[in-house]
Design a binder for this molecule. Structure first.
Ligand SMILES: [Zn+2]
Length: 80
């Protein structure tokens, strides 16, 4: 689950617990892996985490552009 997916992990866990009551999924555990948003440097091409109020690349000082990393929201696997 990307931090920019538009969903909050704690809310997903809360509502899953509520809707799972009385079903086969009751007491199932969710393992949520958070993905931090990454920027890609336009100069040297590395991926890096954005610091507050800055798009500056920590390696070369170039400007980073947003990527799709951090917007993920999908189920990777289910164990039964
Ligand atoms: Zn760079």
């Amino acid at each position: 689950m990307g931090d920019y997916s538009g969903y909050v992990a704690s809310s997903i866990e809360l509502y899953f617990g509520i809707i799972a009551e009385g079903t086969l999924c009751e007491n199932a555990k969710l393992n949520i892996k958070r993905v931090k948003p990454m920027l890609k440097c336009g100069e040297c091409g590395i991926l890096f985490e954005r610091k507050p109020f800055s798009f500056e690349c920590p390696s070369c000082g170039g400007q980073g552009s947003p990527t799709k990393i951090g917007h993920e929201f999908y189920i990777e696997s289910i164990e039964i």
